[in-house]
Design a protein around this ligand. Structure first.
Ligand SMILES: O=C(O)CCC(=O)C(=O)O
Length: 241
């Protein structure tokens, strides 16, 4: 009988053949540049990834006040990240996403896993200079709505939740952001238990949903896959004086 690992690997090979050219996935109604790939992974791959996330040892989780997270690949730091090899179950997707070319010749070396229960979210923020300016996110378990606001209305977004545009992220989809959307916009997720889809959502036609639909949130896990350019190599001097 095929194991979960084999099924996930077979599904991965199939999906690799299908999606090499991403131009069809560009979200034209968003500022430059957003790609949204629905069903980037299969339901089996999603199950496998969630299994791996929840199989991580308890100390791997960092509990924040409104969500919890796992950090893989090392801790980004202005002086350089001490690189820890990504585990195979994440590295396979880092390599797959690298093939789309958004990271130029680089392969992403860092993954942040965020878990959100219904009613949880993330404050509007920018990802900053420690990362190569491309964000890619695999969405697992539930939908969410990612809201964007231009820097010029930065404080307003924090104060009253106003936004310039939003993206509906369905389970199993891949989101990729770069250029102005990375450099000039804040992104965040409102702390809601359900989302009524409004005309701020610019990728609605790729999501299978309609304007006015109301979606109840369940537990969502996101894998934010990025590249940290500045790294440090640490030499272990074990047994040497
Ligand atoms: O969960 C998401 O899609 C957003 C995560 C995020 O913005 C972050 O961790 O910086």
């Amino acid at each position: 009988m095929a194991t979960q690992d084999q099924i996930a690997r077979d599904d991965l090979l199939t999906s690799e053949v299908l999606k090499e050219d991403i131009s069809a996935f560009k979200v034209h109604q968003a500022p430059d540049t957003v790609y949204y790939i629905p069903d980037f992974i299969t339901a089996n791959e999603e199950k496998h990834l969630l299994h791996q996330v929840y199989a991580a040892p308890k100390p791997k989780w960092t509990q924040l006040s409104h969500r919890r997270l796992q950090n893989w690949g090392g801790l980004p730091h202005p002086k350089g990240m001490i690189v820890e090899k990504l585990p195979g179950w994440l590295d396979v997707y880092a390599k797959k996403i690298a093939k789309y070319g958004l990271f130029e010749e680089h392969v992403p070396n860092h993954v942040l896993v965020n878990e959100y229960k219904p009613g949880q979210g993330i404050m509007p923020h920018e990802d900053g200079p420690l990362f190569y300016p491309v964000v890619t996110t695999i969405n697992l378990g539930s939908h969410s709505v990612l809201q964007f606001s231009h820097h010029s209305v930065k404080q307003q977004m924090v104060d009253d939740g106003s936004k310039d545009f939003s993206l509906l992220l369905q389970p199993r989809s891949l989101l990729m952001l770069k250029n102005v959307v990375y450099t000039d916009y804040l992104h965040g997720i409102a702390e809601l238990s359900k989302d009524t889809l409004g005309d701020d959502i610019v990728n609605l036609d790729a999501t299978g949903q309609a304007l006015g639909d109301c979606l109840l949130r369940e537990t969502r896990v996101s894998l934010t896959i990025r590249y940290v350019p500045k790294t440090l190599k640490v030499k272990l001097m074990l047994g040497k004086r």
